[in-house]
Every structure is written in structure tokens, then in C-alpha cells.
Design a protein around this ligand. Structure first.
Ligand SMILES: NC(=O)C1=CN([C@@H]2O[C@H](COP(=O)(O)OP(=O)(O)OC[C@H]3O[C@@H](n4cnc5c(N)ncnc54)[C@H](O)[C@@H]3O)[C@@H](O)[C@H]2O)C=CC1
Ligand SMILES: O=C(O)[C@@H]1CCC=N1
Length: 268
């Protein structure tokens, strides 16, 4: 594996670093740069990776630079990196939502090889789902390296067009939060039904885990799995009909489209 620098040591960088180290990448081949010490020191102490407060040093150390700062910092960070040694041969991987290849290359002041990745936080457990788009400047070796890097933390799909990144945001990048919201709502009502905090958490957690495992381990459609739980005229039927009457399909579609619209707006 090549040397990898993370610029920004927040949630997403942490998720990918944990996944990489757990998948066997040598910790001393990873460096994380962050101006404030807390998050980078926590990562360095927990996983034995290198750390610095200097983005340029991290960039000079690595072959692959993972841009993992908030979208509104991407341009400033890239402009700063142009002061590092020759960056033209490095591979830049951006996980930022709403920042295009063209914007990144403009800030880097060169037609650098850029792979846009839209990962999600389950990457920290090796259960990530990422969509990847490679700019035309990315060569076969760099494409393979970025695919290998993200495959270390979950499943990947390659995208033919950059705009599909926004669709991946809606279906996977933002989506863990949708499931958490649903689980939170169930947990809250379980408590109001009189279960203890611990019982509520376990009831919801184990049911979500079991359901996801059933989807992963069955070839039947998700719709069939739902049907198998739903006895005609029974309790599940009553619940599902209530969800439908309250407009769950439209709610989900509108929420996903809102994520896409926001990503498009952020790219302007
Ligand atoms: N959190 C998520 O579930 C996902 C996030 N993303 C993308 O990942 C990127 C990072 O998001 P999070 O990790 O959630 O944010 P975060 O706020 O947790 O982490 C960003 C980190 O960057 C650091 N930082 C700020 N300015 C910096 C600079 N000039 N140089 C170096 N580091 C700097 C901050 O101190 C912070 O630790 C965003 O662009 C977001 O769109 C993509 C997919 C999923
Ligand atoms: O909320 C966001 O903008 C980022 C991108 C996908 C997940 N978190």
C-alpha cells in the first residue's frame, strides 16, 4: 500500500483510518493532519499512525492525499497544498460532498489526478459503502489504488459520471443518518411504552441488525422479506398500512431528493 495522508481528522477520516488499520494497512504508512490536536492525537494514540498540524508536511510524506475537511475548507486547503513539493504526481482523493473535480483542480492550480469518493461512516467497521468517480487524469494504477483503499473499509462502486456522486450521497453517504433517525424514533416510543433505556436500545438495535443481516444473507427481494413478516390482517399489516397512510414512500423520496438538491447547491 502506498503512503496515505488525511487532511482533516474528523468523523470521516477517523472512520476510514480505523477501517484501514483494521484491514492490515501499516499504521506508519498513514499520516493525519489537523490544526487542532485533540482528534489527530486521539487517532495517533489509538492506532499508532503519524500525525502533524502541518498539511504541507503530510502532503509531502504521502502518495495519496485524502481531502477530508468540510466542503467549505476544501479550496483553501488545496490552495495551501500548492506550496508543497511537486504535487502533480500525487493522487488526491476527496470525500467532500458538493465539491467538484474542476473546483479541486482549480484550487490545486494543476490538472491533478482526483478521485471523488462518497463514503459513509460504517466504513469504521468495514461495512462502508462508497461511490467513486475518477477524473480523466487518474491513471490505471491510481484508480486501482483508490479502489483498494476504499475496498479496505467496505464495498465500492465506480461511477461513470461525476453527478452520480450526488445520487450516492442520497442513497448511501447520508443514509446511515436516516436509519439512525428511524431507530431513534422507535427507541423513543419503546421507552414511552415502559421499556428501560437499556431494553429499548437492545430491542431496536438487535432488530435492526437482524433485519440488515437478513437482507445481506437472502437472495429474496427486500419486498419479499417484508411480506414474510406481514401476516394478512395481522399486527405488521396494521403497522405497514399506517406507515403507508402517513406517506412513508413520498417522505423517503423527498428526503433523498433534498440531499441531492443540497449537494448540487453546495457545488455552485
Ligand atoms: N460524516 C459523514 O458521514 C460523511 C462526511 N463526508 C465528507 O467528509 C468531509 C469531512 O466531514 P466530517 O469528517 O464529518 O467533518 P468533521 O468536522 O468531523 O472533520 C473535519 C476535520 O477537518 C479539520 N480541519 C478544519 N480545517 C482544516 C484545515 N485547514 N486543515 C486540516 N484540517 C482541518 C477539523 O478540525 C476537523 O477535525 C466533508 O467534506 C463531508 O462532506 C462524506 C461522506 C460521509
Ligand atoms: O451531511 C453531509 O453533508 C455529509 C455528506 C454525506 C454525509 N455527511
Amino acid at each position: 500500500m502506498k503512503k496515505i495522508a488525511f487532511i482533516g481528522a474528523g468523523n470521516m477520516a477517523r472512520a476510514i483510518v480505523i477501517g484501514l488499520v483494521n484491514s492490515g494497512v501499516t499504521p506508519s504508512d498513514i499520516i493525519v493532519a489537523n490544526p487542532s490536536p485533540e482528534k489527530r492525537l486521539a487517532l495517533a494514540n489509538e492506532f499508532g499512525i503519524m500525525h502533524t498540524d502541518d498539511n504541507i508536511k503530510a502532503t509531502e510524506f504521502a502518495d495519496i492525499i485524502v481531502l477530508s475537511v468540510k466542503p467549505h475548507f476544501i479550496s483553501d486547503v488545496c490552495q495551501q497544498l500548492t506550496k508543497a513539493c511537486d504535487i502533480s504526481q500525487k493522487l488526491f482523493i476527496s470525500v467532500a460532498a458538493g465539491r467538484t473535480v474542476a473546483q479541486i483542480q482549480q484550487a490545486l492550480a494543476c490538472n491533478a489526478a482526483v478521485v471523488r469518493v462518497m463514503p459513509n461512516t460504517p466504513s469504521q467497521l468495514g461495512f462502508g459503502m462508497s461511490g467513486l468517480f475518477a477524473s480523466p487524469e487518474v491513471n490505471d494504477e491510481q484508480k486501482a489504488a483508490s479502489g483498494k483503499l476504499m475496498s479496505a473499509v467496505g464495498k465500492i462502486i465506480w461511477l461513470e459520471t461525476e453527478s452520480k456522486i450526488n445520487d450516492v450521497i442520497a442513497v448511501a453517504g447520508s443514509a446511515p443518518a436516516y436509519f439512525f433517525l428511524f431507530m431513534e424514533a422507535m427507541e423513543t416510543h419503546a421507552k414511552s411504552l415502559g421499556f428501560t433505556d437499556e431494553e429499548s436500545r437492545m430491542l431496536v438495535q438487535q432488530t435492526a441488525l437482524g433485519s440488515a443481516q437478513m437482507v445481506a444473507h437472502n437472495s429474496e427481494s427486500i419486498s419479499t422479506l417484508r411480506g414474510n413478516v406481514t401476516s394478512k390482517g395481522g399486527t405488521t399489516h396494521a403497522a405497514i398500512e399506517q406507515f403507508k397512510a402517513d406517506g412513508i414512500e413520498l417522505m423517503v423520496k423527498n428526503a433523498m431528493n433534498a440531499a441531492i438538491a443540497r449537494a448540487e447547491e453546495m457545488a455552485k
